[in-house]
Ligand binder design. Structure first.
Ligand code: HEC
Length: 149
């Protein structure tokens, strides 16, 4: 019993040295391909997306305290890598017209099904939780942008 506890402690110490590379870029959102640079989104929508989505769907994550602890940082990093692959608001303008439309439809679908932001994320980032009104602000915006692309 004591031996296995010691082994686990040693492993926990050792894994602290293996940190994933951070998702941060030099120029926060001055990138011309960012969705907010390309379209005149309502300010409240930009703010909601930043608070609730950008940690996993942009080129700049605001890292929480638990990113200093493994394996929590690995777990967060996996969400960032997978999330960015699906949708990156900072690269939105590099997408083809079809892909933009598809992503906006997916945003509507994911929000309506309450899949996004990920539930596990909202447990720690309570401010990322969307009220019904905020959900509607995002889906109304996405529908309008999709129709006007
Ligand atoms: C904690 C990280 C995280 C946050 C925060 C987050 N997402 Fe995601 N998102 C993911 C991951 C991981 C995937 C890919 C795997 C999956 O679909 O679960 C994804 C996938 C998606 C997809 C593609 C789904 C599909 O149909 O394949 C959309 C659209 C999306 N997210 C929108 C959003 C929006 C909008 C927000 C904010 C309201 C948000 N996400 C917040 C991690 C996140």
């Amino acid at each position: 019993m004591k031996k296995s506890a010691l082994l686990i402690a040693i492993i926990l110490v050792l894994i602290q040295f293996f940190r994933p590379e951070k998702n941060t870029s030099e120029q926060p959102s001055y990138n011309d391909n960012a969705i907010e640079k390309q379209y005149k989104n309502p300010e409240n929508v930009n703010l909601l997306l930043k608070t609730s989505c950008y940690d996993c769907h942009s080129n700049n994550t605001h890292y929480p305290w638990y990113n200093n602890i493994q394996p929590l940082a690995w777990w967060l990093n996996k969400h960032i890598v997978d999330g960015k692959k699906e949708l990156n608001f900072d690269e939105f303008n590099t997408y083809s017209l079809e892909r933009k439309q598809k992503k906006l439809s997916e945003i509507i679908k994911e929000i309506e099904k309450k899949n996004m932001p990920l539930y596990s994320y909202t447990l720690i980032h309570a401010n990322a939780k969307l009220t019904i009104k905020q959900q509607k602000e995002i889906t109304d915006w996405a529908k309008k942008l999709k129709a006007n692309l």
